[in-house]
Design a protein around this ligand. Structure first.
Ligand code: ARG
Ligand code: ZN
Length: 476
């Protein structure tokens, strides 16, 4: 699979860049100039993201996750709502340093066996980390296949803000949405966007339920009261964008006008009136391709669940909606497929690059549909006495990731930039951004650099005022 290899190398490049930026890491890199002598050490317990120090890990780059899951939802009777998950995760990875030990993130589930290249490995677990001791040790550059057998009771996990996320157990199944670092609640993982991987899924659930994951449905078979659903997601994906939601879904499949296969998973307990706007998906795909370039993945679709985490998520190729899918949210999550999924944040501090673009896409869609223009949306935001200006948009803090400044001032920043550099440069910037960083990650600095490159303008003052100053911009 040449394309997977290409993306793996890109991901490896960004991991190395990460180490360079973060300063001396607590990991032993093979000494340059001394390539022959391995310097074995432990991979670090985090990818180096200051907002979530234990998210991701050092020393490995995952190429592929194959997740074989067996799930029994919560019984229909009272609280607590708990299910049972048994999993076998087969993880192809490459060592990026000489390793005598490395970590995967795993939280709330218990590993019962680990093998590395078929040989039993010793392991231990802390609250968030599965620490694996491979024998033989792994040399930098070596590929290895790690098989983790694990399982346990599933609950309703929450993020640092108290919002439901991860493998959220429901009465009819599970809703699985893991931004920013909730994937560790359902599989052993390098849970940081700097490590993108391809995925395949084989999810066994009680007969009558449907398991919906990312990518294309490759099969389903029923025997002895259970159904196994298999899905293939070959495009590089950040772990938080993976899903394997389970419920009373009907699958609705069609081909969009741009040729993208669509698979919508619609909960039978949600009235069709709650998701009529999904009929606009094809037109939105064409509209967004005009702005950002070709749709980047092998398929698309929505999951609409009757349960709710209270928000929607741009799960890659299969956006997730809580109870209702409205037009604005539908175009927002679809825009994320380019802005957030295909090009992902290098650090969580860069989240405005996801939410600003997705929100700005709503503004542009509204204009296209004959409602307020993007300029009118900007003017209303800028003049609104309720607007909160006291956030550094490019560093909102882990509790500010999903607050208005990231979304709305992020969108306003993009509109102000468009007016400043002109439509030609702005849309060239958008498309070059996706072309250049697609399949990997990029930072706010990368964006500012590219904006200067494409426009030929010095934009230091612009970005300083809009992204780094916790005040209302007055001139730029
Ligand atoms: N990225 C999602 C969106 O489309 C929001 C995710 C909110 N997540 C959370 N843990 N509160 O805007
Ligand atoms: Zn969003």
């Amino acid at each position: 699979m040449p394309s997977r290899r290409r993306h793996a190398l890109l991901a490896l490049g960004s991991a190395v860049a990460a180490i360079a930026v973060m300063g001396a890491p607590a990991v032993a890199l093979a000494a340059p100039g001394d390539p022959g002598t391995p310097k074995y050490g432990a991979g670090s317990d985090g990818a180096g993201d200051p907002y979530f120090p234990l998210a991701g890990n050092g020393g490995t780059d995952v190429l592929h996750y194959d997740l074989d899951l067996d799930y029994t939802p919560a019984p229909p009777e009272p609280a607590p709502i708990e299910g049972h998950l048994d999993g076998v995760a087969t993880i192809d990875l490459v060592a990026t340093q000489d390793l005598d030990r490395f970590n995967l993130d795993l939280r709330g589930l218990t590993a019962s066996s680990v093998t590395v290249d078929g040989k039993p490995a010793t392991f231990e677990q802390t609250e968030n980390e599965l620490v694996i001791t491979p024998r033989p040790k792994l040399k930098s550059g070596a590929e290895a296949q790690v098989v983790v057998t694990y399982g346990g009771t599933t609950i309703q996990p929450t993020d640092i803000e108290g919002a439901l996320y991860g493998w959220v157990t429901t009465r009819d199944g599970a809703m699985v949405v893991s931004e920013p670092e909730g994937s560790a609640t359902w599989f052993p993982v390098n849970d940081h966007p700097t490590d993108k991987s391809s995925f395949s899924f084989e999810v066994t659930v009680p007969e009558g339920l449907v398991a919906v994951a990312n990518g294309l449905l490759t099969g389903s078979s029923t025997a002895d009261g259970t159904t196994t659903w298999t899905w293939d997601a070959p495009d590089p994906m950040a772990a938080y964008l993976a899903t394997a939601s389970v419920g009373d879904f009907t699958l609705d499949q069609y081909t969009a006008p741009n040729g993208t296969p669509i698979i919508d998973a619609l909960d039978q307990d949600v009235l069709a009136s709650q998701y009529v706007d999904l009929a606009l998906t094809g037109e939105m795909l064409v509209f967004l391709e005009g702005l950002y370039g070709p749709y980047p993945f092998n398929s698309y679709g929505a999951i609409v669940d009757d349960d709710s985490v209270g928000y929607a998520l741009e799960t890659q190729t299969r956006s997730f909606f809580s109870r209702r899918a409205r037009e604005g949210t539908i175009v927002h999550e679809l825009a994320h497929q380019w802005m957030g999924d295909e090009v992902s944040t290098y650090r969580w501090a860069d989240i405005w690059l996801n939410e600003g673009w997705a929100t700005y896409s709503e503004w542009m869609w509204n204009e296209f549909r004959g409602r307020d223009t993007a300029q009118e949306a900007f003017d209303a935001y800028y003049a609104d006495p309720e607007t909160e200006w006291g956030t550094v948009v490019a560093d909102p803090g882990p509790f500010g990731l999903f607050l208005s400044p990231v979304y709305d001032r992020g969108a306003a920043t993009l509109h102000a930039l468009r007016v400043k550099i002109g439509d030609d440069a702005f849309f060239e910037l958008a498309q070059t951004w996706v072309e250049r960083f697609g399949g990997g990650t990029a930072s706010t600095q990368d964006f500012a650099d590219l904006a200067e490159e494409v426009s030929g303008q010095d934009l230091d003052a612009f970005f300083e005022v809009w992204l780094y100053t916790p005040e209302q911009p007055l001139s730029w």
